[in-house]
Design a protein around this ligand. Structure first.
Ligand SMILES: Cc1ncc(COP(=O)(O)O)c(C=O)c1O
Length: 416
């Protein structure tokens, strides 16, 4: 399908500029959008209202794991929409049962023990469920009312609801929202001593991202996650791994924790799980899952048939197309190629794993570079003033990476 064949759902003749102006006037001010309105996506590309094509290395912030409108997901969703969209959690629906079975099996294969799945609609909701579960498990199931504290990490990001926000160890996200949910303290990532100081008999859980994503794409030091897991075991705390951004194949294994020799008690997923359709999940061990009895937690839309059908298609494609191996191989190549951009004085180096990669800059020019790339038809993400982030769909091929590098090179040549 070419751009001209687009199904014009909004044929009122308004231009991109006009729509941007309406958006700026009528939409809540909590986002800082670039002045483009996207109207179509296919594979690695999106098109804006003016018909311009962009190569997408942002992937909806790790959501479009299979690229845009993957035919297998589109087909599955269309068929499910025609058949059944929603019935509530008063009943089962088939895709919900099947995706729970598939995720539980994946967890069991990786962790060596059975897992139970709670379905929701976003990463924040998965965090919220995980934190409620661990607090309830310790204080109610185990009957240890003082064991309600959670240890999180500075530079972490776990979401925006009040429980998830308290777990997020970045003061800038807390501003104006105090008092926060009590019971949180923050250790330093890759500093086991700081974790050890905080985890005690009142700690119900430690929560962390296997790779700190929003906080700067910070990889765990070898053995760090395993050491945290051991500390948790010794002190009777549960380990929650937030795989919302790095799960579902992004690091080259289905779960990021598989590369770390740890067995988390709870993991959270969202983003790529639905390939663009909102769905989140929390998987916990059978033991930790005892924290929730009927009525302890819930969600009207969680487990809705369409999101679950999308997730089933995603899991099938990842498996059948061997995308984890692909990400491992291509990610290593792209990391090295990005690191080669150090030949530009403004670039300090690349970091990351699989298809979550960052490029460090020696000057605060990330915004300028992001806009220059946009201008040239490449989507990259400014992580902070001195870092760019690349979260390409897992289907990205070498040719896409070469094209992205070419554009980046042009932009860096023009960057003082
Ligand atoms: C690690 C992590 N956890 C949780 C969240 C929150 O997910 P959502 O935005 O879907 O609520 C994010 C979002 O960026 C994330 O990166």
């Amino acid at each position: 399908m070419s751009y001209d064949q687009i199904d014009d759902l909004d044929a009122d003749g308004r231009t991109q500029e006009e729509l941007v102006a309406v958006g700026r006037r009528t939409m809540s001010k909590n986002f800082r959008q670039a002045p483009v309105v996207f109207v179509r996506g296919e594979g690695m590309y999106v098109w804006d209202k003016a018909g311009k094509r962009y190569l997408d290395f942002v992937g909806g912030i790790a959501v479009n794991g299979l690229g845009h409108s993957h035919p297998r997901v589109v087909d599955a969703v269309q068929r499910q929409v025609r058949q059944l969209m929603h019935v509530s959690n008063l009943y089962f629906n088939e895709p919900q049962v099947r995706i729970s079975e598939a995720l539980a099996a994946r967890y069991e294969a990786a962790a060596g023990k059975p897992g139970l799945v709670y379905l929701c609609n976003s990463g924040t909701e998965a965090t919220e469920a995980a934190l409620k579960l661990v607090r309830r498990y310790a204080t109610k199931t185990l009957g240890q009312p003082d064991r309600s504290n959670v240890v999180s990490f500075t530079q972490s990001f776990h979401g925006r609801t009040m429980f998830a926000l308290a777990a997020t160890g970045q003061p800038k996200y807390h501003e104006g929202y105090t008092p926060l949910v009590p019971g949180f303290s923050y250790a330093a990532f890759n500093d086991l001593e700081s974790v050890s100081r905080l985890v005690d008999q009142n700690t119900c859980a430690v929560i962390l991202e296997p790779i700190q994503a929003e906080g700067g794409i910070i990889l765990p030091a070898p053995g760090f996650l395993a050491d945290v897991a051991r500390l948790c075991r010794e002190r009777g705390a549960l380990l929650i791994l937030d795989e919302v951004q790095v799960g579902i194949g992004r690091t080259g294994t289905f779960f990021a924790f598989e590369q770390e020799g740890v067995v988390p008690d709870v993991i959270t997923l969202a983003k790529s799980l639905g390939a663009g359709f909102p769905i989140g999940a929390m998987i916990s061990t059978e033991e930790a899952a005892r924290g929730f009895e009927p009525g302890a937690h819930g969600s009207t839309f969680g487990g809705n048939a369409v999101g679950c059908r999308a997730a089933l298609a995603v899991m099938d494609v990842i498996e059948q197309d061997g995308l984890c191996d692909h990400v491992r191989r291509q990610g290593a190549w792209f990391l090295e190629a990005l690191d080669g951009l150090k030949r530009f004085p403004v670039v300090s180096g690349a970091r990351g794993r699989g298809f979550i990669l960052g490029l460090g800059l020696n000057k605060p020019v990330a915004q300028e570079i992001t806009l220059a790339c946009l201008e040239r038809g490449l989507l990259v993400n400014k992580l902070n003033d001195t870092s760019l982030r690349f979260l390409p769909p897992l289907i990205a091929q070498r040719a896409h990476m070469r094209a992205a590098l070419e554009t980046l090179t042009e932009v860096l040549e023009a960057t003082a």
